[in-house]
Design a protein around this ligand. Sequence first.
Ligand SMILES: CC(C)(COP(=O)(O)OP(=O)(O)OC[C@H]1O[C@@H](n2cnc3c(N)ncnc32)[C@H](O)[C@@H]1OP(=O)(O)O)[C@@H](O)C(=O)NCCC(=O)NCCS
Length: 199
Amino acid sequence: MSKTPHDLCQAVQGTILSTPSLDLRWLTLADAPALQAICESKQVAAMSGSIAHPYPEGKAEKFIREYAPKIEEGDAFVFGIFERSSGDLIGDTMLGINKRFISGEFGYIIAEEHWGKGYATETLGAVLAFGFDTIGLRRISGTCSVHNDASARVMETNGMVRDGHTKDSYLKWGVWEDEYHYGLTRPEYELRKAQRAVV
Ligand SMILES: CC(C)(COP(=O)(O)OP(=O)(O)OC[C@H]1O[C@@H](n2cnc3c(N)ncnc32)[C@H](O)[C@@H]1OP(=O)(O)O)[C@@H](O)C(=O)NCCC(=O)NCCS
């Protein structure tokens, strides 16, 4: 992170991250209805620590509005996940930035009807490349409920290492949930990239 956060934000404004099946681009207010529909799914909310169910009307629009200044300040990057074949919004992903420690923490959701197509795995690969190669982060982390086998698998497939377990991390629908913590450092990411290049 040799550039200032402001410079970086200007440099990456409008960035589109591409994977084999997806384009990840900045969310706009026009995306709010589709995002609202994704977040209204009880199955999506069930494994998320932050999505309420029922999901309040207008919440997706509020989320997009509230994150605009954070993106502007370089405190977070929020991408809509678009299926290239249909052009549909099928999820979103956020990379929150800790400027002091040059680290990032991501989250993601994929619409229930698109689960199991490899989209979260592709998304995380693109977010890791963005965080390490474009922004120059030192470390990227993520968490998931200990019951979220799909999310744990997505992180492990992308080379992330489970490095923690927090008991009673958050209260979900009246039940205290434990969380697994996953992390990847820049040297680990670089090593993995080099190893994959020679295979
Ligand atoms: C977690 C989530 C993002 C995964 O999205 P996805 O696009 O279906 O994930 P992918 O298809 O890329 O990969 C899922 C992997 O988990 C595996 N998986 C799925 N369900 C599983 C289960 N119940 N047990 C074990 N593995 C499972 C799949 O087989 C696949 O592994 P593979 O690549 O080895 O075949 C999606 O389920 C989701 O949005 N859930 C609700 C919100 C959420 O949990 N967000 C993350 C919070 S940490």
